[in-house]
Ligand binder design. Structure first.
Ligand SMILES: C[S@@+](CC[C@H](N)C(=O)[O-])C[C@H]1O[C@@H](n2cnc3c(N)ncnc32)[C@H](O)[C@@H]1O
Length: 441
C-alpha cells in the first residue's frame, strides 16, 4: 500500500493515479494525499505525484495533533531502533509531518530521540534539519531520500478522518531530470508555449488509462494488453462505453503503442512519449515547429535512454490533414492551439475574438480526426481557458458540444492546469470518439 503526495492541482494528480492504477485502487485521504492500493509504484512515470511512500503503519485517531505526534514518535523510535540497531551503514533520516498543527521543532525532536537511542547501539544517524514541519521536494530530492534503504524520509500524515499514517518514502519527483528535459532542449519557444514535461506525462497517462491498453511497467518499458485493464479496473474516467476489443485475440500480446500529437510545437508530448517507450507521430501547421520538434527529439535520443521510435514528423494542418495509418494510433495527446499569451486579462472584445479563433481551430481538428480514428481511441487534449482578475473562467464553447462533435468526455470533473495569476490556463479534456456502429445499450 502506497501513499502519494499530490501536486499543486490535486484533481489532476488524482485523475492520473486513477488512470494508471485503477479508480478502485485510489482513495483520497486528505487534501494533499491519496492512498494507492498497489505493490509497485514508480514515481518517475507519473507527472502529478510529488512524493510517494510505502505505508508502514496506521495509528488510530488521537484527540489532538500533539497527541498524534507523540504516538507517532513512540512508534518510530521503537520500530526503527529495532530495524537499524547495529546497522553497518550510516542512516540519513528526514521527517515530514503533514496536516498536523505542530512545529518543525516538534517533528525534529522525534528524530533526535531516535538518533540518541541508535547511537547507543552503534548506529550513526544524520538527521536532515527541518525548518518547516514537512521537508520540501528539493530537500528530499537533493538528499536522495527514498532512493536507498539508508536514506529515508518518514512521512506522518493526518488523514481527513484523523487517523495517522506513517509511511516510508520510496521516491520524490526528480526535479533535476525535469529541468534537463525542459530547459536544456536545443529548441524552445516562449510564444508557442512551454508545456511542462510533467504535464505531458500526465496527459499521456490520462489518455492511455482511458484506452483499451494498460501499461504493465516492465523493465523494457513496453506495453502489453492486460486482462485487468480489459476488466475495466482502470477507469475512473470511463463512462459506460462499449469495449470493442476481443479479449482472446489480444490477451497477452505485446502491442506497439503509437501516440500522435497533431499540434506538436517543440515536441514536449512526443519527447515524454518516447521516454516512456511509445512510438510517436507528430505534425504541426508550422514548418518551423516541425524543425524544432525534429531537432529536440534527436537531442533527446542522443542524451537519454528513450526506447520509443520516431515514426514520422511532418508539416500538416490538423483541421484538414489525413494521417497515414491513423487507425493504428493508440492515442492522440496534444496541447492544441492556445491563442496568444496574455500577461493581463484581455478586454471582453479581444477575449471573444481569441476564444472564437481557438474554438474554430480546435472544432475543425476534432471534426477532421474523428472519422480517422479506430473505435475507442482515446484523446487527451489541452485546450485554453481564460481567467479574469476575479478568478472567473471563460471556457471554450465547444466543450458543451462535444457529443455533437462525436465525442464522449470521460473526465467528469474539470481538470484545469494553471499557475496562480495565469490568464491562459490549460483545460484537459479526456475524450473518446462515439462509436456510431456499436449497438445501443
Ligand atoms: C500551444 S502550441 C503546442 C506547444 C507544444 N505542446 C510544445 O511542447 O511546444 C500549439 C501549436 O499548434 C500549432 N498550430 C496552430 N494551428 C494549427 C493547425 N491548424 N494545425 C496544426 N497545428 C497548428 C502551432 O504552430 C503551435 O506549434
Amino acid at each position: 500500500m502506497y501513499i502519494a503526495l499530490l501536486g499543486r492541482q490535486p484533481e489532476i494528480s488524482i485523475a492520473e493515479l486513477a488512470a494508471v492504477f485503477g479508480a478502485d485502487c485510489v482513495n483520497r485521504i486528505s487534501q494533499q494525499f491519496a492512498k494507492v492500493q498497489t505493490s509497485q509504484f514508480d514515481i518517475t512515470t507519473l507527472g502529478g505525484t510529488i512524493k510517494c511512500a510505502e505505508v508502514i503503519t496506521e495509528l488510530p485517531a488521537s484527540r489532538t495533533d500533539k497527541a498524534s505526534l507523540l504516538a507517532a514518535s513512540r512508534f518510530i523510535t521503537q520500530h526503527y531502533q529495532a530495524k537499524w540497531a547495529h546497522s553497518p551503514h550510516k542512516i540519513t533520516l528526514g521527517l515530514s509531518a503533514y496536516n498536523l498543527a505542530v512545529g518543525a521543532r516538534d517533528v525534529q525532536k522525534t528524530g533526535l530521540i531516535l538518533k540518541s537511542s541508535l547511537k547507543k547501539s552503534g548506529t550513526s544517524l544524520r538527521l536532515i534539519p527541518n525548518d518547516q514541519p514537512a521537508l520540501s521536494t528539493a530537500t528530499a530530492h537533493n538528499n536522495k531520500l527514498g532512493g536507498s534503504p539508508h536514506k529515508v524520509e518518514l512521512l506522518l500524515i493526518k488523514t481527513t478522518d484523523r487517523r495517522l499514517i506513517i509511511a516510508e518514502s520510496r521516491g520524490v519527483q526528480n526535479i533535476t531530470a525535469y529541468t534537463r528535459r525542459d530547459r536544456h532542449r536545443p529548441k524552445r519557444d516562449a510564444f508557442v508555449g512551454m508545456l511542462p514535461p510533467k504535464l505531458a506525462q500526465i496527459m499521456l497517462n490520462l489518455a492511455l488509462g482511458a484506452g483499451p491498453l494498460t501499461r504493465q511497467r516492465s523493465h523494457d518499458n513496453s506495453v502489453t494488453r492486460s486482462d485487468s485493464s480489459l476488466s475495466d479496473k482502470s477507469m475512473v474516467l470511463r463512462t459506460a462505453l462499449p469495449d470493442a476489443f476481443d479479449l482472446e485475440e489480444t490477451a497477452g500480446i505485446r502491442a506497439a503503442v503509437t501516440i500522435l500529437d497533431p499540434f506538436c510545437g517543440t515536441g514536449t508530448v512526443l519527447q515524454e512519449a518516447l521516454l516512456a517507450g511509445y512510438d510517436v507521430v507528430g505534425t504541426d501547421l508550422s514548418q518551423k515547429m516541425v524543425d524544432y520538434t525534429t531537432e529536440n527529439l534527436s537531442w533527446l535520443q542522443s542524451t537519454f535512454t528513450a526506447p520509443g521510435n520516431v515514426i514520422d514528423i511532418h508539416q500538416a494542418d490538423a483541421t484538414t490533414h489525413h494521417w497515414p495509418n491513423s487507425t493504428h494510433l493508440t492515442a492522440v495527446v496534444c496541447e492544441t492551439y492556445l491563442g496568444q499569451p496574455f500577461s493581463a486579462p484581455p478586454a471582453p472584445q479581444k477575449l471573444a475574438e481569441v476564444a472564437g479563433n481557438c474554438n474554430h481551430i480546435i472544432t475543425g481538428f476534432l471534426t477532421n480526426i474523428r472519422p480517422q480514428l479506430a473505435p475507442n481511441t482515446p484523446l487527451c487534449i489541452a485546450v485554453p481557458a481564460w481567467y479574469d482578475a476575479s478568478g472567473r473562467a471563460t471556457h471554450l464553447p465547444l466543450i458543451k458540444n462535444l457529443q455533437k462533435l462525436g465525442y464522449y468526455q470521460l473526465n467528469r470533473t474539470p481538470l484545469i492546469y494553471r499557475r496562480p495569476d495565469q490568464i491562459v490556463a490549460r483545460e484537459l479534456l479526456v475524450l473518446k470518439p462515439i462509436d456510431k456502429t456499436a449497438p445501443q445499450a
